[in-house]
Design a protein around this ligand. Structure first.
Ligand SMILES: N[C@@H](CCC(=O)N[C@@H](CS)C(=O)NCC(=O)O)C(=O)O
Length: 227
């Protein structure tokens, strides 16, 4: 019988996407609802949705966000530090190549994509190293023991990959997206019934699906990957 499904849109430049990704990937083994992970382009979302007041653009929200990020990282058990010159980095660096790499990896193998996404987040927010150049990506792929890394990076420049990234971003925007992460809930016919902002809405998403929210599932995470 067809059932509801969930699409989780994320970008590795977004720290809240990191927490949301951990939450949803730790839960999906316990849910019967299918979960699709959809890399999208955060800067494209901010621009297209005309979102002029993300937290980093408003000093009082920026100050709060730094504390909130640490609180969330502690909850999900991921190592996390705010990169130096964070605001400048966020406004001047592009995650487009990293996101294309994830799409290319996903075309090869879903698990590979997840492995690389975690590697990119850990590099950026665990070690505060950049993830924007080819050299940065090669380093992540080496650390993650990815086979045929150069071919993967080459394939991330294909028209097919660029098209999928655009389609993912457009699909999120069509459901009202203005930030990351973004989750859509679809009914059995594939129609979007809910579109939800934030990695902190997993309890509500679980409830909509008739599934259970199990907290941070730290033990599960530790057995899946080394923290
Ligand atoms: N409360 C949300 C905050 C998510 C959030 O602030 N995401 C940033 C990107 S890392 C964003 O898209 N901000 C846009 C906005 O707040 O308008 C959560 O815990 O996930």
């Amino acid at each position: 019988m067809a059932k509801r499904s969930v699409d989780f849109f994320f970008d590795v430049i977004s720290p809240y996407s990191y927490f949301g990704f951990e939450g949803i990937t730790r839960h999906r083994h316990l849910w019967s609802t299918p979960v699709r992970l959809r890399p999208f382009y955060f800067a494209g979302v901010i621009k297209q949705s005309k979102n002029e007041s993300p937290p980093l653009a408003i000093p009082i929200k920026e100050k709060y966000m730094y504390k909130d990020l640490v609180l969330n990282a502690q909850y999900w058990g991921v190592s996390f530090r705010i990169p130096k010159d964070y605001k400048k980095m966020m406004f001047t660096s592009s995650s487009i190549e990293a996101q294309r790499l994830l799409i290319a990896a996903q075309l090869r193998d879903e698990k590979l994509m997840e492995n690389i996404a975690r590697g990119l987040w850990q590099r950026l927010y665990g070690y505060n190293k950049e993830i924007f150049s080819r050299h940065d990506m090669e380093s992540v792929l080496r650390d993650r023991h990815v086979k045929d890394a150069n071919e993967l990076i080459e394939s991330s420049q294909s028209d097919e990959v660029k098209k999928i990234l655009r389609e993912n971003t457009d699909e999120a925007l069509q459901t009202g997206c203005f930030g990351a992460p973004w989750t859509t809930v679809k009914d059995a016919s594939g129609k979007t019934t809910h579109a939800i902002f934030g990695g902190d809405r997993l309890p509500q998403i679980a409830d909509l699906l008739g599934e259970k929210f199990h907290g941070n599932l730290l033990d599960q995470a530790k057995s899946q990957w080394s923290l």
